[in-house]
Design a binder for this molecule. Structure first.
Ligand SMILES: Cc1cc2nc3c(=O)[nH]c(=O)nc-3n(C[C@H](O)[C@H](O)[C@H](O)COP(=O)(O)OP(=O)(O)OC[C@H]3O[C@@H](n4cnc5c(N)ncnc54)[C@H](O)[C@@H]3O)c2cc1C
Length: 477
């Protein structure tokens, strides 16, 4: 058979670029087909944190003993061992090398920017200089330097399948033939229909949006294309959701420390400073999948515009959503509820007033004693809720940080069908996968990590399979 390429890559974000570079290294002729007018995908728009252990950056920061065994145990335990051990082990063993490879390509991860990005005790979140573009640009430049072919503005609409195997793709009406195709089309955060089907717990009518909103083709195409070939879809209803007031599509990531969050039963249910990687799940677990941020006039005036009280992580972050002018405007718009008494406020928003009074009394007593002795929130200062007017802001977990339902792969990144058999010639990596993250996001950097680690694997494996087949059939590469 005449092939145009050895490996065709569907989507030129972090996973696709990593796959292309590794396929090229193996000696394969490869082509990246990208729907958007530019390469980079969500990877380029991201915060650029990469989760890895045993790296030169950690060692430079004095972390000498972080091992793949530790990372493996952490991720597996966090998800109650309901993750794919083979894939997590592969990640643990290869994330360090993947990060060093990015550094060789030109990405920079200053040791001062290492963060504890999960709920583990070791700093494994490697923050890239230039955020996501610092990673994407290094990959794009390397692909350019190697002369890897790319077709931009070409949305793949079909994966060609003949005689029981993948033989190429169709994009913009044209066919390209190759013995292997790697799907690296990213997640589906911008596709409401797919969200309802594969990530229903993130769907809040009128609220939900994805941080991928500026990456137009994060629509789950890779899942749709592979499903037509019988691919299994796994990881139903998993991903990462972040809390929001729903006022606007601006990334909030964490709640302000000077509020309390109460549920319909009038009870607090978490430290309001719980990490972004758990806060959304906790919110979604409440009655009607929502809660209310409660505060009084003094907190609104004193705390909401003062970064000293707003920025518990000293990250220089202010959240405009929670500043006084925005909140006043939202009172006027009717989205923030206000009342002269807590009982009236509880009535207005439909929460248990008697329980709210108890909750607030307990919280106020804690504030007077200088702490939060219920959830041990480590706030820069505690604001009791004492003098009206009192305010309530509805909060929900409705910002999608990533989607984690999608394709299933084996340890060689081959896409599996519904019976766990590899679909010949089809590979996948990155956010299009549904078999990596599990129900509980392990920590910031795991999604770019997934893209680069499994992108590298998929590119290598696809290239080797394509080249081996050509040797067998006597077709020159
Ligand atoms: C604002 C933001 C901040 C984030 N911060 C972090 C972070 O700090 N750390 C972290 O780990 N994760 C972060 N994430 C998530 C992370 O960026 C992504 O999960 C990861 O980069 C996905 O990589 P990918 O290569 O799988 O997909 P992408 O990088 O999204 O690339 C997919 C590409 O496929 C293309 N495509 C889609 N369909 C088709 C088609 N039919 N034909 C051709 N091309 C197609 C898309 O246009 C896109 O370019 C963040 C995401 C966002 C949006």
């Amino acid at each position: 058979m005449d092939w145009d390429y050895d490996v065709i890559i569907v989507g030129g974000g972090g996973a696709g670029l990593a796959a292309a570079l590794m396929a090229h290294k193996e000696g394969a002729r490869c082509m990246i087909v990208e729907a958007d007018g530019r390469l980079g995908g969500a990877t380029a728009q991201s915060g650029g944190v990469f989760y890895a252990c045993g790296t030169s950056v950690q060692r430079a920061a004095g972390i000498m003993d972080d091992t793949p065994d530790d990372l493996y145990d952490y991720l597996m335990t966090l998800n109650q061992w309901q993750l794919r051990p083979d894939l997590i082990r592969y990640y643990a063993d290869h994330c360090g090398a993947a990060l060093e490879w990015l550094i060789e390509l030109g990405s920079e991860f200053p040791k001062e920017w290492l963060v504890k990005s999960g709920v583990d005790t070791v700093a494994r979140g490697h923050s890239s200089q230039g955020a996501g573009s610092g990673i994407a640009d290094a990959l794009i430049n390397a692909a350019g330097a190697k002369g890897i072919d790319t077709a931009l503005g070409s949305r793949v609409e079909e994966i060609l399948f003949e005689d029981g195997r993948v033989v190429g793709i169709r994009a913009a009406g044209a066919e390209l033939r190759a013995p292997t195709v790697v799907i690296t089309s990213g997640g589906f955060g911008n596709n409401p229909e797919m969200l309802r089907r594969l990530y229903p717990s993130a769907c809040h009518e009128g609220w939900t949006w994805a941080v991928h909103k500026d990456v137009p083709y994060v629509l789950g195409d890779g899942i749709t294309l592979a499903e037509k070939l019988g691919a299994g879809v796994v990881g139903h209803d998993t991903g990462l959701v972040l809390p929001t007031s729903g006022f606007s599509k601006s990334l909030e990531a964490f709640l302000p420390p000077w509020i309390i969050a109460v549920n319909k039963e009038g009870r607090r249910f978490m430290s309001e400073l719980s990490p972004y990687s758990v806060c959304g799940y906790l919110l979604n677990a409440q009655t009607e999948r929502k809660a209310w941020a409660i505060f009084d006039e003094q907190a609104l005036v004193e705390a909401s515009t003062n970064t000293k009280y707003l920025d518990p992580y000293n990250a220089g972050i202010s959240i405009p959503t929670w500043e006084e002018p925005t909140l006043r405007a939202q009172v006027a718009a009717g989205r923030v509820k206000v009342a002269d008494s807590l009982a009236a406020l509880a009535d207005q928003v439909g929460i248990d007033g008697a329980a709210l009074a108890q909750t607030v009394a307990r919280y106020n007593a804690d504030c007077d004693a200088g702490g939060d002795f219920q959830f041990f929130k480590k706030a820069p200062a505690y604001f009791p809720i004492r003098r009206g007017p009192f305010y309530a802001v509805e909060i929900r977990a409705a910002i999608i940080g990533l989607t984690a339902a999608g394709l299933d792969i084996d340890r060689q990144a081959r896409v599996l069908d519904a019976h766990q058999q590899p679909i010949p010639g089809l590979y996948a990596a990155g956010e299009v996968l549904g078999c990596f993250h599990g129900a509980r996001y392990g920590g910031g950097g795991l999604s770019i990590g997934n893209a680069v680690v499994f992108g590298r694997l998929a590119g290598t494996e696809a290239a080797r399979a394509a080249l081996a087949e050509q040797v067998e059939t006597g077709v020159a590469a």
